[in-house]
Design a protein around this ligand. Sequence first.
Ligand code: GUN
Ligand code: ZN
Length: 439
Amino acid sequence: MSIFAVRGLIFHTTDDPAANLRAWQCLEDGILVIEDGKIQQLGPAAELLQQLDSSIPLLEYSNCLICPGFVDCHIHYAQTRIIGSPASGLIEWLERHTFPEELKFEDDEYAATVAAEFFHELLRNGTTSAQVYPTVHVGSANQFFRQAERLGLRVTGGKVLMDRNAIPGLLDGDQKGIDETEALIQAWHGKDRLSYSITLRFAGTSTEQQMQACGNLIKKHPDLLFHTHLSETLNEIEWTLGLFPECADYLGVYEFYGMVTDHSVFAHCIHLSDSECDRMATAGASAVLCPTSNLFLGSGLVQPSRLRDHGIQLCVGTDVGGGTSFSMLRTMQELFKVSQLSGDSLNAYDLFYLATLGGARALRQDRYIGSFESKKEADFVVLDAGDCRLLQRKFKQSNSVEDLLFSFVILGDASNVRETWSLGRRVYQRTRWFNIRRS
Ligand code: GUN
Ligand code: ZN
């Protein structure tokens, strides 16, 4: 049995603050007790110090904020190296930068190298869980899962299904992609902390046959997530409806093939009609908000409150490499700005919820992660002011936790991540990189 405790300013959300204003807990001087990688207890230091055995190691983090590890619900590991590649919009960006880069993942060694870079970036940014796109290549999915397993991370992902409208070398043949997906599910789903997401690039890069076969797979595996892109740009919508003329709208294409369920996670959701929003909410599907990507590619301004008011479960994704940062703090910052433009701005509690427990709920992992509820896995991040003078002053001056959280949202980035912990193990420490091999 291993047991230790961490002490500092501890914050987590316990529910959606938009539905329940007091759905968060903050302990200004708190202690989190971690036993065998799980949260055992959370309470005020003044109380717990009386109770805890003095032999239990206590790590003190003064002037630090300890919160659950971030959950990035939509990111492409194979696009790590093309982050910040300019294009006039999504389709040009895919053709000019993304497809040529993804082609390189035919080579397992290249995939392994980029996967290592990717995980380093995740942990350096305090992200402990993610839903990830590799490429169409089986080897790229294997590299992703293998390295996540070695690091002991709770992640989900799946080989990308696509069989038209991309370059040769990035296309599944007939049944091949489906068979490969089945084999990968058997190999990885439920192994350790890993899950499989049935992953379709988007409707426009799959034939009707592949859509049908993917729909059958979803039906066969109702406990798996289904992950794809939806309604990101106006051009894409028009193009997609041209490819599936029997469908009245974009969501209708996924509905037609049985792909809209309470395990469906749709990235972007910028241009949805009211009807599409209502249908997504009724199905229990989730929308991943990806503001840095939407601004970078000029895709549009998502309206978080509108989607939420329709009853859609929301979460946040960086969407690297369309997204411009691995940092969920930076992503929250852009989401705040986009919400300001929508006329109904999110507050700091909403933003931290979306980046932690909201993400865990969308990925159906909230039994394990997303908050500091007792028995959950101890995935957490220690944030501090780093070398940011403005944040250093905020720590001294701010008279509410909301103020402090909001300052991290607006001013924070990877430099504010002091440590990242996964299942009670330190997997990142600023200036040091721990490549933990699990026994
Ligand atoms: N739509 C289809 N593929 C992609 C992708 O790789 N990135 C983004 N942002 N949108 C997509
Ligand atoms: Zn994406």
